[in-house]
Design a protein around this ligand. Structure first.
Ligand SMILES: NC(=O)c1ccc[n+]([C@@H]2O[C@H](COP(=O)([O-])OP(=O)(O)OC[C@H]3O[C@@H](n4cnc5c(N)ncnc54)[C@H](O)[C@@H]3O)[C@@H](O)[C@H]2O)c1
Length: 342
């Protein structure tokens, strides 16, 4: 299928460079509200640059890949569906649960697909873990504990302020990697409790043309959550933009007969470790597919699923469930009560 890219920023380079490995789609055009950013990107990747709404309406484009900041996701996905095209968007699906639900209703009514990042849980490492759980290698899963601690993106991202606006913060920005993986491994979340804080009130952009600009955070920058899955398993998730100079990612699935330790859910590949009963940790063998393990795997899987007439996995439904779970955590942090995920 022919794919048009909306939003020519940091992550768009990774998608366009990775696209060569995927036989199911070609990126054929790009668009950006910032003409300068669009022109530089179009020249670098030798792509035609189109105005945003021309690209969405372009009859040669069958799927719109939305790589804009979170605040633009819902309106651009809605416009894409309205134009009779499939949409694949970066996470989060939308800023609010209501906006996410409206998108799914629109997609169902128009028989168009919505796919949504992350897609790292589709990589060989997480798939190997999923098969190990299904085989019963760790017994019955009883829980999962995930941690992702960083100092925030202002040290390396030229527009890092959007990560601190509604739709951002460590929970809505990096939470989706861990929550999508946990849901893929353990099933749906039915209730959540959370605590959230904002220890650093003001940030400074450290790189790019806007370096030195100061901004405040609209969203909590340190969040700890407890989750109850519909299966009865229990989980924890701690995500932070307050761990200056650090990058710590962990996800361990506990079972009645052992445990699995998974690699960074914010990327592809890495070591999957398994520990059975009282034994030592050992690497779980799996065959990697490096040419397919890059951002774009979820889009590839969506297009192949459209062509085969089957449901796709990095789906709008999964992304909505992840969004509902994250908002349940934030709701609980505000009112001090466990929140039902619905
Ligand atoms: N940067 C990363 O490492 C990273 C990793 C994974 C996911 N993401 C996600 O990818 C998305 C984009 O992030 P980024 O880092 O590439 O941001 P970015 O700021 O580098 O790029 C976003 C681009 O979108 C453009 N844009 C904004 N509103 C638009 C609109 N209405 N129509 C068309 N273009 C518009 C901006 O002008 C900008 O060029 C976000 O949802 C982010 O969460 C980013």
């Amino acid at each position: 299928m022919n794919v048009g890219v909306l939003g020519c920023g940091v992550i768009a380079h990774r998608y366009v460079e990775g696209a060569v490995g995927f036989p199911s789609f070609d990126i054929v055009a790009c668009a950006d509200v910032d003409e300068q950013a669009g022109r530089a990107f179009a020249e670098k990747h030798k792509l035609p640059l189109e105005p945003v709404h021309t690209l969405i309406a372009d009859p040669d484009i069958e799927v719109v890949l939305n790589l804009t900041p979170p605040a633009a996701h819902a309106s651009l996905v809605a416009a894409t569906l309205d134009a009779g095209k499939h949409a694949y968007t970066e996470k989060p699906l939308a800023i609010s649960v209501d906006a996410g639900r409206a998108l799914l209703t629109q997609a169902n009514e128009s028989s168009m697909r919505i796919g949504c990042a992350p897609d790292t849980f589709l990589g060989a490492a997480y798939e190997a873990a999923r098969r190990a759980i299904e085989r019963g290698d760790i017994g019955v899963p009883i829980g999962a504990d995930a941690t992702m601690l960083t100092g925030g993106p202002e040290g390396w991202h030229p527009n890092a302020d959007f990560f601190y606006r509604q739709g951002g913060g460590p929970l809505l920005d990096i939470g989706p990697y861990y929550l999508a993986a946990m849901v893929a491994l353990l099933g749906r979340v039915e209730a959540a409790s959370g605590f959230a804080s904002t220890p650093t009130l003001e940030r400074v952009l450290e790189t790019g043309p806007r370096a030195g600009e100061r901004f405040g955070s609209e969203v909590p920058t340190h969040v700890a959550a407890a989750l109850r899955f519909a299966s009865g398993a229990l989980g924890t998730l701690t995500v932070s933009f307050e761990a200056r100079g650090r990058y710590e990612s962990g996800l361990v699935v506990q079972g009645t007969e052992g445990a699995l330790s998974l690699p960074d859910a914010n990327g592809f590949g890495g070591d999957v470790q398994i520990r059975r009963a009282g034994g030592d940790w050992q690497s779980l063998h799996y065959d990697a597919q490096p040419e397919l393990e890059t951002r774009g795997l979820g889009l590839h899987e969506m297009i192949e699923s459209v062509l085969a007439g089957r449901p796709h996995r990095a789906s709008g439904e999964l992304a909505l469930h992840v969004l509902e779970t994250m908002h349940a955590v934030l709701r609980s942090a505000e009112d001090g009560r466990t929140a039902v995920v619905a």
